[in-house]
Design a protein around this ligand. Structure first.
Ligand SMILES: Cc1cc2nc3c(=O)[nH]c(=O)nc-3n(C[C@H](O)[C@H](O)[C@H](O)COP(=O)(O)OP(=O)(O)OC[C@H]3O[C@@H](n4cnc5c(N)ncnc54)[C@H](O)[C@@H]3O)c2cc1C
Length: 430
């Protein structure tokens, strides 16, 4: 390492903690500043008061292709708190269909997926046969970043239709995959992002395509362990401390002003806050006049609505099921002292406006129409959680709006809103 730096990280969410762990392990001194009373940002858990269950703010999954995430968990010693599938396996169900399982075989890339589609009872012969067009399109895009970038102006639905995927197979597989991977409808999602995720998640090999579900709450999965790691290596935290403004002088950050007026001199500054929070802490002249930051005015977020339901008996005997023809996209079955099911509605802008009782009523009706066990089960308890800014909206055109890690300011870096394909390890960026 060239020189040890004094680094201030704004934000104690996943990005801030992962950056903190990486930087202290490289020998830098790190201070993480977090406005809330707890770490974890948009991925945290808490004690649900009525039943005493540890509950996440919303279901999170990881995939084998999340290389940096998995390396981070390994470093802080919690990778074994994720339950990984041996091979990609996803159950689907709709009204009167029973469960249709997609199961990739343990074969080399891309035969693991081909085997999955070949034996997938959710697809008709015609739907399977149409996949050859998609395979051809994906092959042509392999290693061709420019061609993928050009797809950014199209939606996922437009791209799938252009490659002869029937509406029925879009609804039964690709749309549900899109909701899970990009957190929005295929009409509102960039085809470029979709292709990148497909290439990384499904077509990078059988290990990359496996889905992992945390066995513990998110705070136990990473937030506490990352905090311990950073502190053990000499880093420190300022919790319940809000950054009010970043102060610049010509081409560098001079200091940050905390709420209450205290100022902290800064050598190197890393912002990991959502873009809405970043807009509040940048000075007006920088936010509105510096061309680098202008894309911030065009970005938006996609919400996630989660509904947790506790029954008097187990109702779904699969870890998770993708749902056909319902407003709920995914249902996860959680074991433990008080088993429950967690329902996910991605990009649900309409559902976001609904009241909790209306959401629960809708969810119960949808579950009963698909899972016969729910009809006789007694609902003991329920909770709704709404995250308005769960992820960046993946709308067409979003690729060109995401900001690189390096800003025009010598000692100021951004994390969490960059392009996936431009991501560089921090050791190379700082
Ligand atoms: C319900 C739900 C389900 C999801 N499911 C998945 C999934 O399955 N897989 C997946 O990969 N991703 C998923 N995501 C997305 C994932 O949670 C986020 O991408 C990730 O948590 C973002 O982390 P971050 O550190 O970039 O931002 P954040 O978590 O938002 O962290 C930023 C932190 O900065 C703090 N902060 C903000 N302003 C200030 C300030 N002025 N001063 C000091 N601190 C400040 C905030 O309090 C926050 O703690 C999901 C998100 C939600 C909400």
């Amino acid at each position: 390492m060239e020189s040890k730096k004094e680094i201030v990280i704004i934000g104690g969410g996943f990005a801030g903690l992962a950056a903190g762990v990486e930087l202290v392990s490289q020998g830098h001194h790190v201070t993480v500043i977090e406005s809330r009373g707890h770490l974890g940002g948009r991925a945290y858990s808490y004690r649900e008061p009525a039943l005493g269950t540890t509950l996440d703010n919303g279901q999170h999954i990881v995939m084998g292709c999340y290389h940096e995430t998995l390396a981070f968990l390994e470093k802080i010693g919690t990778l074994d708190r994720i339950d990984f599938q041996q091979n990609l396996t996803v159950d689907f169900a709709g009204v009167g269909t029973g469960i249709k399982r997609f199961k990739a075989w343990p074969l080399p890339n891309p035969f693991h997926l081909l085997s999955g589609f070949l034996f997938f009872k959710g697809f008709s012969f015609e739907e399977k046969w149409a996949l050859r067009h998609l395979a051809k399109a994906l092959k042509a895009l392999q290693g061709n970043d420019q061609a993928i970038r050009a797809l950014d102006q199209y939606s996922v639905s437009e791209w799938l239709t252009a490659h002869h995927q029937p509406k029925s197979s879009q609804e039964k597989f690709w749309d549900i995959f899109n909701f899970a991977a990009l957190n929005d409808s295929p009409q509102n999602s960039s085809a470029a992002l979709f292709v990148r995720v497909l290439q990384e998640a499904l077509f990078s090999g059988k290990a990359g395509a496996r889905i992992g579900v945390p066995k513990v709450g998110l705070s136990d999965l990473y937030a506490e362990a990352a905090r311990d790691y950073i502190e053990r290596k000499g880093g420190n935290f300022l919790i319940k401390t809000k950054v009010h403004k970043i102060h610049f002088d010509l081409n560098e950050v001079i200091d940050i002003e905390l709420e209450g007026g205290r100022r902290l001199a800064v050598e190197t500054l890393l912002s990991t806050v959502p873009f809405t929070a970043l807009k509040k802490i940048l000075p007006e002249n920088v936010l509105y006049q510096d061309p680098f930051f202008q894309p911030l005015h065009k970005l938006s977020y996609s919400p996630i609505v989660s509904i947790h339901l506790w029954f008097d008996r187990p109702v779904i005997d699969r870890p998770f099921v993708g749902l056909w023809g319902t407003r709920v996209h995914w249902v996860f079955s959680k074991q433990g002292t008080h088993p429950y099911v967690s329902l996910v509605i991605s990009g649900g802008r309409e559902e976001f406006k609904m009241t909790a009782p209306a959401l629960i009523q809708m969810a119960m009706a949808e579950l009963k129409s698909i899972f016969p066990n729910v009809v006789d089960a007694k609902l003991l308890h329920s909770m709704v959680s709404k995250e308005p800014e769960a992820t960046l909206a993946p709308m067409p055109g979003v690729e060109s709006l995401r900001l690189p890690q390096k800003t025009p300011y010598r000692n100021f870096y951004l994390l969490g809103i960059g392009r996936i394909q431009d991501y560089q390890p921090l050791s190379k960026v700082l």
